[in-house]
Design a protein around this ligand. Structure first.
Ligand code: ATP
Ligand code: MG
Length: 442
């Protein structure tokens, strides 16, 4: 029986097993250095579900706190990490940030006294909150912003203003980094874009130049920010996360096996075909490699993961494919798409994974009237399940490759699936329909 499983499909990856994202980290580290020099930079990380946004934030946190060096040197930021959900209000967000700061800095009595005084406004606003009429809410939000920016600037001044530690704090900091994960959840009422824009402007006005803000969220995050304030997006450097490379995935597998050996005090080997299968199935999606790896490791009984273990882990009952489908795709396929004709279109398109497919290509295989096909395409586009190619009429693709894979599991046998994956990855000659070579990958 396999021991402690080193693959963790449901948690951000620990820095020791983090792979890739070198360009992104270079940029983020440069931003930390800029902020330390009093030239604050802000960023947003966007990407699909499970692409590794939270993991990158976590890695950056270690860098910013000085646990992981930048080149030869270390920086020392105070890092506050939080997230938001649909019900988060401006006051709630400020409270979460305050709590994060208090937890980290409030170790000594004098520090607690200082923080209580700087953030005293929160109690006053909370107490007043119950009495605020809807009409006065705008004023209350403005007051909150004013007080918050003032407090943050005061704290930054004390924490990072001089080169030496200033009472009541024992350590000098290079800056304050505020990380907000799941930021695409921001409700209309939260007005995240304008809140952050106004916050930054106020900080600037108070000559506070050591606060850096980083957000992470799904690809619609820029739109969420822009809806709230058209120019909010200009204040952020956007980093869009794509897939990991084949080498990075393979390296991750190596790191995971090393970790397993340490934890279990016995080595688990992996045959080359099993490794290739996992790399192929994961297609560079971090979440997929964690899940396929986890399931393969769990299926192994003799400390040697071979192709059969990997297959059983992937396609067996409660295997990786099924779990991934439950987590990501079931709702889209059965609830958001209610007609069989729509599902037929999706299945046809799934043969190209997330590659571009033309309407005539779909029509050639669609069993039904053209008008029904038209309706299906229209509905699938409306619901964001398929995407249209900009500037080209009648060319579509599935939003997610993983979704295609999952669907194919229900319509194709595993060997055909593996073959189409190989074709999509350019690793096997395509004997059938040519895949559009201009299709973006991922
Ligand atoms: N750079 C990486 N190296 C190794 N594993 C990674 C990396 N990035 C992410 N993972 C793994 O992929 C899975 C998904 O990662 P993570 O939770 O960070 O993604 P996410 O984009 O925040 O997802 P969601 O949109 O669901 O919040 C996790 O199991 C995580 O351990
Ligand atoms: Mg996440």
């Amino acid at each position: 029986m396999a021991g402690i499983n080193p693959f963790k499909p449901n948690y951000p990856v620990t820095p020791g097993m983090f792979v890739g994202r070198t360009d992104e980290l270079d940029r983020l580290e440069a931003q930390l250095i800029q902020t330390r020099a009093g030239n604050p930079a802000n960023f947003i990380i966007t990407g699909e579900r499970g692409i590794g946004k939270s993991s990158l934030l976590m890695y950056l946190k270690f860098v910013a706190e000085g646990e992981i060096p930048i080149g030869e040197a270390n920086v020392k930021f105070l890092v506050v990490d939080t997230d938001i959900d649909e019900s988060t209000t401006q006051l709630g967000l400020v409270q979460k940030i305050e709590l994060g700061i208090r937890k980290q800095l409030g170790q000594s009595d004098p520090a607690r006294v200082f923080l209580a005084e700087v953030w005293g406004f929160l109690q006053r606003i909370e107490a007043a909150g119950f009495k605020i009429a809807p009409l006065q809410k705008g004023q209350a939000d403005e007051l909150l912003l004013e007080e918050f920016s003032y407090s943050l600037a005061r704290l930054a001044e004390r924490l990072c203003g001089q080169d030496v530690p200033q009472a009541p704090f024992a350590t000098h900091h290079d800056g304050i980094l505020i990380l907000i994960d799941e930021a695409d959840n921001a409700s209309k009422g939260l007005q995240l874009g304008s809140f952050l824009k106004l916050l930054m402007e106020r900080l600037h006005r108070r000559e506070c130049s050591r606060v850096m803000i980083g957000l992470a969220g799904l690809p619609e995050l820029p739109r969420v920010l822009m809806t709230s304030h058209p120019s909010a997006i200009r204040l952020f450097d956007e980093l869009h996360l794509g897939r990991l490379s084949t080498e990075e995935v393979s390296r991750f597998i190596t790191l995971a096996l090393e970790e397993a050996e340490q934890a279990n005090e016995i080595a688990t080997e992996m045959t080359e075909p099993a490794r290739q299968f996992l790399v192929l199935m994961s297609e560079g999606y971090p979440h997929f490699i964690q899940q396929f790896g986890y399931s393969a490791f769990a299926a192994d009984v003799d400390n040697s993961i071979d192709e059969e273990d990997a297959h059983r882990g992937a396609f067996g009952p409660l295997g990786a494919m099924e779990l991934i489908g439950e987590r990501y795709y079931r709702d889209a396929f059965y609830n958001k798409v209610q007609k069989d004709s729509y599902r037929q279109v999706l299945r046809i398109m799934a043969d190209q994974l997330d590659g571009w497919v033309t309407k005539p290509q779909i029509r050639a295989r669609f069993k039904g009237k053209t008008s029904i096909l038209d309706n299906a395409i229209h509905a699938l586009r409306e619901r964001g399940i398929i995407l249209s190619k900009v500037g080209e009429k009648g060319v579509y693709r599935l939003q997610h490759k993983g979704f295609a894979l999952w669907m194919k599991m229900y319509t194709t046998d595993p060997s055909a699936l593996q073959r189409s994956l190989e074709i999509a990855n350019g690793e096997a000659p395509d004997e059938g329909e040519a895949r559009d070579s201009t299709a973006p990958s991922g």
